[in-house]
Design a protein around this ligand. Structure first.
Ligand code: F6P
Length: 320
């Protein structure tokens, strides 16, 4: 390969810049040129191409967001859009593409591989951490720490006012962030989309906790499980305890990546470039117990990543 391309696609995640840096510098070390396309798949279709030299990725390792910008591209979901994208890639003599993004973006990469036999390599980048084939996706650790910092602050005011706080974190279809911050933030309860819950039972537990002398509580809710406002209203009505809600929202997607996310992103970006240049294709790279691994995209996209039920149980035990 003489030239490879890189995109960041879908929801941004802290550490995507470090991954781009990993791709660019690993490829240049093998004397392979790198170009980036702005705005994910949309930018391939509209030929928003930028040359990436070593200095282009200088100073970005500490920055959140993505220097390549990102987008969710409806055009690319159509076969005609994908045909146009492959044509642009071939016309620009881009021999392979590294796609950094979540499951939607990886689905797009698989389509390029399967429909056009175009060489692709996926890098898991999503705060949700819901991608199979890797213990961690880029951005999860930073998002968890951002949410945790907010919850620690909320706990201070919850304590002072003796209130119940319902904190909504991101996670439309899964509760990985919610579960992690519920544990690290010492939450009294956590609601996630994967597991049915009873608000009446939660109210009961809050009452029992109050009779043991606990005068404030934090309930973490994944956005896909319930809306914080509805949970707050229910709790207030059923227990009579004063309650407030706080929706953390997109702040969880920004900020300087943690050391963990930077190292993860660099390693994944570099190995993705190296494998692509070495002739591997249609894979996603990941980590398993700290070691770098790779899996076919077909496996990654047909496998569900499940929450650890022991962690959920631990939240309950720790709230006693
Ligand atoms: O997939 C990442 C994510 O942040 C989800 O947790 C969240 O539900 C969604 O993206 C929000 O997407 P948007 O930025 O398009 O509102």
């Amino acid at each position: 390969m003489k030239k490879i391309g890189v995109i960041t696609s879908g929801g941004d995640a802290p550490g995507m810049n470090a991954a781009v840096r990993g791709v660019v510098r690993a490829a240049l070390a093998r004397e392979v040129q790198v170009v980036g396309f702005l705005h994910g798949y949309r930018g391939i279709i509209s030929e928003e191409i930028v040359d990436l030299q070593s200095p282009s990725v200088g100073g970005i390792i500490s920055q959140g967001g993505t220097m390549l910008r990102t987008a969710r591209s409806p055009e690319f979901r159509e076969k005609a859009g994908r045909e146009q994208a492959v044509q642009v890639l071939r016309e620009n003599e881009v021999d392979g593409l590294v796609v950094i993004g979540g499951d939607g973006s990886l689905t797009g990469a698989r389509a390029l591989h399967e429909e056009f036999d175009y060489p692709v390599m996926g890098v898991p980048g999503s705060i949700d951490n819901d991608i199979a084939g890797t213990d961690f996706s880029i951005g999860f650790d930073t998002a968890v720490n951002t949410a945790l910092e907010a919850i620690d602050k909320i706990r201070d005011t919850a304590y002072s006012h003796e209130r119940v706080f319902v904190v909504e974190v991101m996670g439309r279809a899964n509760g990985f962030i919610a579960l992690e911050v519920a544990l690290s933030g010492g939450a009294e309860a956590v609601l996630i989309p994967e597991i049915p819950f009873s608000l009446l039972e939660i109210c009961d537990n809050l009452r029992k906790a109050r009779s043991r002398g606990k005068r404030s509580s934090v309930i973490v809710v994944a956005e896909g499980a319930a809306r914080a406002r509805d949970v707050k209203d229910f709790v207030q009505k059923n227990t009579g305890f004063e309650a407030r809600e706080s929706v953390l929202g997109h702040m969880q997607r920004g900020g300087s990546p943690t050391s963990f996310d930077r190292v993860l992103a660099l390693r994944l970006g570099a190995i993705a470039a190296n494998r692509l240049i070495s002739g591997f294709r249609g894979e996603m790279v990941g980590v398993d117990g700290g070691k770098l691994v790779h899996h076919p995209l077909s496996y990654v996209l047909s496998t569900e990543r499940n929450i650890d039920p022991d962690k959920l149980l631990l939240v309950e035990v720790m709230a006693q």
